[in-house]
Write a protein that binds this ligand. Structure first.
Ligand SMILES: C[S@@+](CC[C@H](N)C(=O)[O-])C[C@H]1O[C@@H](n2cnc3c(N)ncnc32)[C@H](O)[C@@H]1O
Length: 256
């Protein structure tokens, strides 16, 4: 079982957990850190008719998805993230967008907290990776918390079946869908992202992180290697996204 700091570091594309305390500083210029809010709300609009939605955003980061959902839908959104600085930012964004009464953010390990949330209409897994185990285990753990019908928004990636890549963070396509089906979910709708424009967005994010890393190196030069290695792992992730990985957002449905 991996240490929570290791897992959170990996969900933010790092390898070495020594970078963990520096992540809020390096990522301070980003609000959206994973899923695309417009894609998520579009999937919801087209597929979920119910009002008074109860939503749980697992690994909500700075609330980029939660706040947009709260703006658009009659709902209450609970958000959990292990990074206390991200939760502080999420609360500030909810206030800024006038939805603080609809967003309840909480710091902690989702593995320990999710069972406290019941009768959910929707759970969000926005670029969180294997947060509660692998994809099958994560969905299995969410399933008992859902109403019927219950939905999961999954923002994730897979390797094409014929890929020979050594990349370990995502399953191959067939395995990805097998895990979803085995956990008892069907795909209500999928949005697959085109690579066009992806590189520009990634470059913008990368430059922001690089500038913050330069500041850290100036302050703590003895940790230069640690900081630069984090940038390298980000660069590798971006390169995989631009070349090999298929990325998308899936609305999964479970009916009891
Ligand atoms: C790539 S970010 C995505 C943030 C957000 N979902 C979004 O799409 O903008 C992954 C987030 O998952 C959080 N995370 C990973 N494992 C977690 C866990 N076990 N408990 C709580 N948060 C976790 C990290 O702290 C990080 O904020």
């Amino acid at each position: 079982m991996k240490d929570i700091k290791q897992k959170v570091t990996e969900s933010l594309d790092g390898f070495n957990p020594d970078i963990f305390p520096y992540l809020p500083f390096i990522l301070q210029d980003l609000w959206e850190m994973g899923a695309d809010p417009a894609t998520v709300t579009g999937l919801m609009e087209r597929n979920i008719q119910k009002t008074g939605l109860k939503v749980l955003d697992i690994g909500c980061g700075k609330g980029a998805i939660s706040v947009r959902i709260a703006e658009k839908f009659d709902c209450i959104v609970y958000g959990i993230d292990f990074m206390k600085e991200f939760i502080e930012d999420a609360k500030a964004y909810a206030k800024k967008y006038g939805v603080e009464s609809k967003c309840i953010f909480r710091q902690g390990d989702a593995n320990e907290l999710i069972h406290e949330y019941q009768n959910l209409d929707l759970a969000i897994l926005g670029a969180v990776g294997p947060v509660l185990g692998d994809l099958y285990q994560t969905l299995e753990r969410i399933k008992p918390l859902l109403n019927s019908p219950g939905f999961v928004v999954l923002d994730d990636a897979y390797l094409p079946d014929d890929s020979k890549s050594e990349y370990k963070r995502c399953p191959h396509k067939t395995d990805f869908f097998d895990q979803i089906i085995l956990a008892g979910f069907s795909v209500a709708e999928e949005v697959i992202f085109s690579r066009d424009g992806m590189e520009d967005d990634e470059m913008e994010m990368f430059i922001k992180m690089k500038n913050r890393v330069s500041e850290l190196i100036a302050k703590e030069p003895e940790k230069k290697e640690l900081f630069n290695n984090y940038l390298k792992s980000q660069e590798y992730e971006f390169q995989m996204l631009a070349t090999e990985l298929e990325t998308g957002t899936w609305l999964l449905k479970h009916t009891k």
